[in-house]
Ligand binder design. Structure first.
Ligand SMILES: Cc1cc2nc3c(=O)[nH]c(=O)nc-3n(C[C@H](O)[C@H](O)[C@H](O)COP(=O)(O)OP(=O)(O)OC[C@H]3O[C@@H](n4cnc5c(N)ncnc54)[C@H](O)[C@@H]3O)c2cc1C
Ligand SMILES: Cc1cc2nc3c(=O)[nH]c(=O)nc-3n(C[C@H](O)[C@H](O)[C@H](O)COP(=O)(O)O)c2cc1C
Length: 767
């Protein structure tokens, strides 16, 4: 095969060497516009996992890379005058020039033709069977063929510059400084003796306030040397084309165009805060090389490459994006004490969880747990929590789940057993399903209600059971279906209109949920007063039924949510338009309910933080909405997302809605509950300790395991969880069996950790 590679960065060179090594007959040419030792920047970082992949694919370059790098395994976080250290992270640092030198020499040795100072004009396609476009993040080739590759580039708001220093650093070091201009953060790591990368980053506002917009390299250095004098310990900053930049997130709809393929940064970028750009570039090279083996034609190879590689790249890009947002919004975490701040930083991209961190650094996790618990080490999920006069004995919540089993709104034995079993299962708080304030407020004929006197007694029976037979508390979720009402039971056609017996609907605006659904009437002032009174009546009934807490359902496109979202609220009166207006009716209902509900009992609101569409609510709107409810006396925001419109484009994943809870809790200063694809005690503990939520709700996991909390208590050896007396014989066995299973799992995880190929400290001595 004749292969032309445009760009002699890590992606292009590593691919060329792997192909040439596999078959000396290939004719491979690399075109690089720079000279061989001409490079911007300083060091690159790899993790243990990455290095092991290199060993498998080319032992010779692996040996040289590992011989050249500095290895360290600690991370230090310098914040508010304290340094928090965590160990067990396994990184290797290497000068970019050294890495490129190793790859260039290895290519030359294998017979790859390397043309330096050879810039190929975009489109001047060399005569080759395969053209690999590896010309970096600013790829002129990708832009030339943009119709085929459909790139999207998102320039992030923060400013950063890449510099160097000779200051010795014993660890991968994150430095945060609150200066009169704003917060600066530094990502710094030593990659060779006397050489360290220092990346300086701040918000655009801080950067402008610092006067750096007009500053040249010298002036920037002078400013940063002053601001970081203590950390630089008398050493100077070194520059090398250290211009201020904004990080571009590059994504392409397609990586392949005929016999051309995009590789490395040309195809996708990942923010430097997860140190994965070079790793992704070299892993692309490995993946493309593997696709070439066994495929008969170039189109087949490239199709296979794109099909097998995309998921992994998108996962890394997603993690990198979560990570960069943490740095963009670092001010949000400034109220945290150092240990929690460091924990939040380490767990920011979801790749490191509580148990994962415990494997790396048990002492750090112990310290963090002790801080969280206020003395004893205990899994965060078991720490009690109070809202007004309500004391919960742990932080796990059974999220509201419609059962579609009620008759004319009345809950029956099903609800008693369903909610009773989950209360007995150990959760601190159990939610009822959305319980509707009037017959025409129901989603389906099977939904529970709180609108007839008989409902009070039916609910009282359930509440009394929970109080008498478990340590759990119980919260009533009140709602009105709005335009999503008058539909079939969940399993008979979700959101589909009833075949017969439909009732008229109201909503913020006269917009049907989807084409087959009824068009609702836009609410008049009279309608608003009537529905608010229904909420108050239901609240009074909830008092009689003995509920501990109330939540108003203002999420998922139901009536109150329909006012909050600009997608469903098109009103021209003062209940529509900007978010302050869209909030008006939901706040009126909230105030009326708050006035009727006892002062010592908490009142929560569930919102859809985002609508998952560009024209819908975004996290900034959610923050404004949460702030308004806090000012009106709301105790907790239950942070869900979406389901406002059927054409939403949600981005699912583990704990996918938790970032919204994090934003609201830490921006607004209100208690939040996270929910959404949270499935393990490990995730619950991570969310709580990192300060992303105060409570964690699980819905579907409680359908398969009503005893989620008791089982987690057994796993963690937590004595405080209350087991019902008749179940005590099962408790001791569960503690033994689950405790042992947890220990076995951590041993397996420890064994599965990649070996550190070359544990050398930055100074060359063994660590
Ligand atoms: C501030 C910062 C810090 C970073 N830190 C890290 C880190 O710690 N660890 C890490 O792994 N990654 C890091 N990266 C990312 C890393 O630099 C890149 O992701 C990686 O180098 C991508 O490799 P590549 O081969 O795709 O592209 P590049 O390394 O950009 O290589 C592209 C090459 O193509 C050449 N070229 C361009 N156009 C042409 C043309 N028309 N003809 C011929 N040649 C051309 C260029 O001269 C260049 O040599 C960092 C990036 C930044 C911006
Ligand atoms: C069967 C079922 C019924 C649900 N009913 C309600 C409800 O009545 N009110 C509500 O706010 N959310 C409801 N939800 C959403 C859940 O409370 C929760 O937000 C969602 O399922 C995501 O959490 P999970 O990933 O833990 O399941 C329901 C979810 C399920 C699976």
């Amino acid at each position: 095969m004749h292969i032309a590679v445009i760009g002699g960065g890590p992606a292009g060179l590593y691919f060329a060497l792997l192909m040439q090594q596999s078959d000396a007959q290939h004719r491979i040419t690399v075109y690089e516009r720079n000279r061989p030792d001409d490079t911007f920047g300083f060091g690159v970082v790899f993790s243990d996992e990455t290095l092991n992949a290199y060993r498998q694919h080319d032992e010779a370059s692996f040996e040289q890379i590992t011989a050249a790098f500095a290895y360290w395994d600690a991370i230090e976080v310098r914040y508010r005058g304290e340094t928090v250290r965590s160990v067990g992270h396994g990184f290797a640092g290497l000068a970019r020039t050294v890495l490129l030198g190793i790859l260039q020499r290895r290519c030359a040795e294998l017979g790859v033709e390397l043309h330096f100072q050879s810039e190929l004009a975009p489109g001047a396609a060399p005569d080759a069977d395969l053209v690999v476009i590896a010309d970096g993040a600013n790829s002129a080739w990708r832009e030339h063929f943009r119709a085929a590759f459909a790139p999207r580039i998102d320039f992030r708001p923060n400013r950063f510059a890449w510099m160097g220093s000779t200051t010795p650093l014993p660890a991968f070091t994150f430095i945060f400084r609150d200066t009169p201009d704003g917060i600066w953060n530094v990502h710094a790591y030593q990659y060779a003796q006397g050489k360290a990368t220092w990346i300086f980053e701040s918000t655009d506002e801080t950067w402008r306030r610092a006067g750096l917009e007009q500053a040249d390299e010298q002036a920037s250095v002078a400013y940063l040397e002053r601001a970081f004098a203590d950390d630089l310990e008398g050493h100077r900053l070194v520059t090398n084309r250290s211009v201020w930049r904004q990080f571009p997130i590059v994504r392409c709809a397609r990586w392949v165009n005929g016999n051309m393929v995009l590789l490395g940064d040309a195809a996708h970028t990942a923010h430097f805060s997860i140190g994965s750009g070079t790793k992704l570039a070299m892993e692309d090279a490995i993946a493309l090389y593997r696709s070439c083996r066994g495929a008969s034609t170039v189109p087949e190879t490239l199709a296979r490459y794109e099909a097998t590689r995309r998921d992994e790249v998108e996962r890394t890009q997603h993690a990198a994006e979560t990570s960069l947002v943490w740095f963009e919004t670092v001010r949000r975490y400034w109220h945290m004490p150092p240990v929690q701040f460091a924990y939040s930083l380490l767990s920011r991209s979801k790749q490191i969880t509580h148990e994962n961190l415990r494997l790396r650094d048990p002492d750090f996790v112990d310290r963090a747990e002790r801080w969280f618990a206020g003395g004893n080490t205990a899994a965060p999920m078991f720490k009690p929590f109070c809202l007004r006069g309500l004391a919960l004995n742990n932080r796990v919540v059974v999220s509201p789940m419609a059962q579609y089993r009620a008759t004319d709104g009345a809950p029956d034995d099903w609800h008693l057993v369903h909610l009773g079993a989950r209360a007995v299962g150990g959760a601190g708080l159990v939610y009822t399903e959305m319980t509707c304030v009037a017959p025409d407020a129901r989603i389906t004929p099977g939904c529970t209600g709180m609108y007839r006197r008989a409902h009070v007694a039916a609910w009282r029976r359930i509440v009394d059971f929970v109080h008498a037979r478990s340590a759990a508390k119980i919260c009533l979720q009140l709602g009105h279906a709005g335009r999503k009402g008058s539909t079939r039971l969940g399993w008979e056609g979700m959101d589909q209109p009833l075949e017969a017996g439909n009732w008229p609907l109201v909503s913020a605006s006269a917009l049907a949920y989807q084409p087959g659904n009824q068009v609702p009437r836009a609410m008049t002032r009279r309608d608003m007063a009537r529905v608010a009174a229904q909420f108050v009546r239901a609240t009074e009934m909830a008092i009689d039924a003995g509920f501990d807490m109330l939540e108003l359902h203002m999420a998922h496109g139901y009536l109150l949510a329909s006012f909050l979202s600009p997608l469903t609220n098109r009103r021209r009166d003062n209940y529509g338009g900007p978010v302050e207006n869209r909030l008006r009716y939901p706040l009126e209902v909230f105030d009326a309910v708050r006035a009727a509900w006892p002062m010592d009992k908490p009142l929560a609101v569930r919102i859809s933080a985002v609508d998952w569409l560009p024209d819908g609510n975004q996290v900034e709107d959610a923050i404004a909405i949460a702030r308004a409810f806090r000012e009106h006396g709301c105790d907790l925001i239950d942070v869900s997302a979406g389901q406002t419109v059927p054409e939403q484009k949600p981005v699912y994943g583990r704990m996918f809605q938790t970032p919204f809870s994090d934003a609201i809790r830490n921006e607004v200063g209100i208690a939040t509950m996270a929910v959404g694809n949270i499935t393990s005690a490990d995730q619950v503990n991570t969310i709580l300790l990192a300060g992303r939520a105060d409570l964690v709700a699980l819905a579907r996991p409680h359908l398969s395991d009503p005893h989620f909390t008791l089982n987690s208590a057994a796993e963690y050896g937590e004595q405080s969880a209350e087991w019902p007396a008749p179940y005590l014989p099962g408790r001791d066995q569960a503690f033994t069996v689950r405790g042992r299973a947890r220990e076995e799992l951590s041993q397996l995880r420890r064994a599965a950790r990649p070996p550190s190929p070359n544990r050398r400290a930055p100074h060359g001595d063994d660590d």
